[in-house]
Design a binder for this molecule. Structure first.
Ligand code: OGA
Ligand code: NI
Length: 369
């Protein structure tokens, strides 16, 4: 029987969510406790679980996604004779799919393996030890929780996440010691790659190479390290709901398990793990700055049906100047191509993101002219 809020009599969703959060065990703790069915607040409506972008009753497993169109760009010799080829390949991918992978990016494979192992190590400690780190206090440098949007989203996701908010006041000692040196090193390595990518993306728009960097786009960074444990009912929930990334650019390290999907037309396509590669995607702010020259595209992660956990680590690059106005760059506006967005501050934009949580509809539509 429904009570008028679309909920059955006797089911207090808010209470169950709070109990789960207060237990500080995360979804990994639920799996460790031996559950064979998932708590109800993790169950998503059937249309957000479907394989195609349009609502359908088809289950995820029923029709496989289209073949992989996500290009892999080899960054070898970016500083010499292959620069213009690389700029073209990255521009084309960013303009259409909003996603690509990069190889020969200069980050050694041992560093990649160590980083993934460190996140695995953190999450596979006893629930008591992890509970000491469990907090969703955005005023701190580091938090660890299950679902940053647990209290605002319609349905919870099957993953636990450590979040690091890098910046001038970042307190390294807040990073759990078991993964501290690895995450500091990962940040350092990705910073260099991020700067190179920002140069390539600036040039791809026909701008001077330092243009995005000059807007402070390589200075604000958030790192999220996700742990997607085995899910006993993977067809009823998701690892990460469909969303676009709000920032400028995302550099994502995923292990070899798979499950990340990108919306391409009406279909979800798999971002097939490529050994040693990193996944790069355009965020909302860069779509705005580029006046739709580049696209921020919806993506999601399926719940993990394998016994092995899936680990991914994203670094979101954001402008560091939160109160400056960001809008389509004047160089990219003309009579033929008028500005498509009004300018806004990062504070306003991210404020909207965090009050809403992950959602299907892109936030930038609020700023469309
Ligand atoms: C994200 C994201 C994908 C993944 O953190 O924004 O899309 O593979 N992650 O975990
Ligand atoms: Ni994302």
């Amino acid at each position: 029987m429904e009570n008028g809020r679309g909920e059955e009599e006797g089911y207090d969703r808010a209470k169950e969510v709070k109990q789960f959060d207060d237990s500080k065990i995360g979804v990994k703790g639920l799996v460790d406790s031996g559950i064979t069915s998932i708590p109800r607040f993790f169950i998503h409506p059937p249309d957000s679980l479907s394989c195609t972008a349009t609502p359908t009753a088809t289950a995820i497993a029923a029709s496989p996604p289209a073949s992989n169109p996500i290009p892999t760009v080899d960054l070898t010799d970016f500083d010499s004779d292959r620069r213009s080829i690389i700029v073209d390949q990255i521009r084309d991918a960013s303009r259409t799919l909003g996603f690509f992978q990069v190889t020969n990016h200069g980050i050694p494979s041992e560093v990649i393996d160590r980083t993934i192992a460190a996140i695995k190590g953190f999450n596979e400690q006893s629930v008591d030890i992890k509970a000491l780190h469990y907090n969703r206090d955005v005023g701190r440098s580091v938090s660890f929780s299950s679902n940053f949007d647990l209290y605002t989203s319609k349905a919870a996701n099957w993953r636990d996440t450590i979040e690091l908010r890098w910046g001038p006041n970042f307190d390294i000692s807040e990073i759990p010691e078991i993964c501290r040196s690895e995450l500091v090193e990962w940040d350092r390595q990705v910073q260099r790659l991020g700067e190179t990518l920002m140069e390539i993306l600036s040039e791809g728009l026909g701008l001077e190479g330092g243009r995005l960097k000059a807007l402070s786009c390589t200075e604000g960074k958030t790192m999220v390290a996700h742990y997607y444990p085995f899910c006993p009912q993977p067809d009823l929930t998701l690892g990460t709901s469909s969303h676009t990334d709000p920032g400028v650019l995302t550099v994502l390290l995923q292990d070899q398990i798979g499950g990340l999907q990108v919306k391409h037309g009406e279909h979800w396509v798999n971002v097939q793990p490529v050994p040693g590669a990193l996944v790069i995607n355009i965020g909302d702010i860069l779509q705005v700055i580029s006046n739709d020259g580049y696209r921020s595209v919806e993506h999601r992660v399926l719940a993990n049906h394998l016994l092995q956990p899936r680990i991914s680590i994203a670094i979101f690059f954001n402008p560091s100047k939160r109160e400056d106005l960001y809008g389509p760059l004047p160089e990219l506006i003309s009579q033929d191509k008028p500005a498509l967005y009004r300018p806004f501050t990062l504070s306003e934009f991210l404020g909207r993101f965090f009050t809403r949580g992950l959602g299907d509809k892109s936030l930038i539509s609020h700023f469309q002219l």
